[in-house]
Design a binder for this molecule. Sequence first.
Ligand code: HEM
Length: 415
Amino acid sequence: MTGADPLRPAATGFGAKVGSFLFAHLPPVFGLLRWIWPVPHFGATWMLTRYDDVREGFLNDPAFMVPYKGKLDVIMGGVPFFLGMADTPEYRRDVGAMRAIVRPADIKDRLIPEMNKRAEAVVAGANGEIEVVDTLVRQLTFDVLNEYFGVFAPPGVDLRVWATRLFEFQFADQSNDPSLRKEVDQYAPGLLTLIDNLIAERRQSGADIDDVLGRALKAQAASPDPEAAGYSDKQIRSALIGFVAGGLPQPPMIAPQAMEQLLRRPDALAGAQDAARRDDDVALAGYVFEALRFDPLGPAMPRVLVEDVTVAQGTSRAVTIPKGATVYLSFMSAMRDPRRVADPDTFNPKRPSSDYIHFGMGLHQCFGIHINMALVPLMLKPLLRREGLRRKPGPDGHLAKRGPFADRLVVQYRP
Ligand code: HEM
């Protein structure tokens, strides 16, 4: 670790201020849009705001194509990663290869105990005051999951910085910022080489380590045609880069956002604390993912239409969106749509799972969904178990964001 900041300096100026004001006030804007203009568009950019339409977009993946391939190719050195693919045999091969080695049983047998142990140690070691975004959640996410994946950085490399920059480039760089691209042109080849080296070292050492990399290399050795099985060196490398750069920057966004929403609602906070103290992880997850409904990962996921599509066919809002349009599927808005989500402005930790779209839907639904649903609440659990949990007085005690990223939130508790 180099100690560098995983987040780039905050944007300044009038535009940035207007942007963050609008971002903070999206829920009422979406509320109005769902009512008076549910499928707004400006030129070739469209947005779906109602639950049914967002769901329709996610589930119609042949027409609503993910637009990620161009930037993924920059990150992966041109080797395809399944997030950028349509529903092809290659997609199924590569996802299937990873599903076979990222096993559901690992969550219970290995990841949950590891997260519980490490999260408790971090909170116990912090002695009554902790910064939630970096010191707690980012550290836990990168430590626990990189060990599971088998991805380790050599001295001088801070994977938290590399991964977060690549994530920003891929998902949050609408303006194609040249200064970010400069960093990406350094970190992307750096990560390719880092993983290539890990693969070569592991193979050479002959070490039998039961992590995702070790399992992938075993499957490769057992296969007469590793590429056809999804386990060539390059396929393994793309998957690991996708997990590290696409996945790991996200828990440090959402877990602190959930904590902030709980801190705003004393009853909900008390309920979450009670669940944490009773070791009722199902109830605890209910609180955390409900909290996140009020401030989810982001406003929307993008898609590009590969054909003309009539959305909401048979309704009075039916509209034909032309081929080539960019369509934003607003899962933030959908999760607040009273037509499908009962009492959406009420905090209810016992909602049906269908009320939530935190991890997308359909073909590209988050590969790590079950890992995340199990681990994210556990990152906050030791804090929630502590007596006297409260915001640190002053601005540090309120979640600050830098662009779409959670930046800083300091809480105190009785050690
Ligand atoms: C906990 C926070 C996370 C959230 C909220 C989240 C959310 C999402 C969402 C919304 C998508 C769908 C993108 C789209 O439809 O355009 C997605 C896809 C994906 N996520 Fe996550 N994710 C998280 C963490 C992770 C982690 C830790 C991993 C590591 C394994 C991961 C791996 C993936 C992959 C590989 C895909 C692409 C799946 C596919 O194309 O089939 N995610 N995630």
